[in-house]
Design a protein around this ligand. Sequence first.
Ligand SMILES: NC(=O)c1ccc[n+]([C@@H]2O[C@H](COP(=O)([O-])OP(=O)(O)OC[C@H]3O[C@@H](n4cnc5c(N)ncnc54)[C@H](OP(=O)(O)O)[C@@H]3O)[C@@H](O)[C@H]2O)c1
Length: 281
Amino acid sequence: MKILVTGFTGKIGSQVTNYLKEKDISMLCAVRNVEKATATFGDGYEFVSLDFSDPSTFDGALENVDRIFLMYPPGEHLQFDIFLKKAKDKGIKHIAYLSLKDVQFMPFIHHYKMEKLIKSSQIPYTFIRAGYFMQNLNDFLCKEIKERQRIFVPAGKGKTSFVDTRDLAEIAAVSLIESVKHKNKIYVITGNEALDFFDVAKIMTDVLGIKIEYTNPSIKEFKEFMKKVGEDEEFVNVVVGIHIPTKLGLAKGIQHDYEKVTGKMPTNIQKYVEDFKENWI
Ligand SMILES: NC(=O)c1ccc[n+]([C@@H]2O[C@H](COP(=O)([O-])OP(=O)(O)OC[C@H]3O[C@@H](n4cnc5c(N)ncnc54)[C@H](OP(=O)(O)O)[C@@H]3O)[C@@H](O)[C@H]2O)c1
């Protein structure tokens, strides 16, 4: 068994890699820039070049692997139809695809189309429909928390089902390792409690020992501030879009598939904040 891990440098791929390394499972780590990845992460990993917008990279990435952890990156002109056709031709036995919670109600988003595309490729799959990542707090929300001690995001008072990407990665890895058991299954992976950002700010305050506030900006305020500090407009619109379901009260659903698959409770946000504490101090 050898697993191709896409999005190696991202919030999920990095954790899939950690899990597989711990279990001593053979893997090939896909990055767009092999030289940069080798310089950054050392030669303890086998890297291969893969850019979903460049089909000339597909054959090399699919060589000598039989399973794929597949994520959908930001960007345009991504050629997943070609990638999946090649994957089928090369005899890939299983794909664990990182999708989105409630995707079945959102035919306009790429995950909906990707699930259909993967199904029609006839490669066995597991779809991991993920809730809102806890790790957004140490990614695009980190700067404002660190510099101004505030969670600055237009999510209103809505609750969301925060999930730790380490739990998502575990489900992805287990699905690929025990592929027969998880063939053509759909798992909705969330944490075990829905929280609003006021709750999160309180937990962060308690754990970090620094007052963190959730300022609950309007979408207008958020966009104006982000523009002022020079953030890319497209990125700002994506961040707004991610938080609209929360603002509308649509993101609070909890599912228990993580527990059903692993027999464990999902990571709670207190533990996540403790583990990543250094990021915000
Ligand atoms: N954030 C959330 O709360 C949330 C919730 C549910 C689902 N999701 C889904 O999670 C996915 C994002 O995952 P993530 O947050 O782990 O990603 P991420 O941290 O933003 O990382 C993106 C990864 O994609 C790679 N990448 C970028 N462009 C690429 C290309 N053209 N070809 C191949 N790789 C490319 C990047 O690699 P380089 O090193 O080459 O840049 C990086 O490893 C999205 O599909 C999103 O819809 C997110």
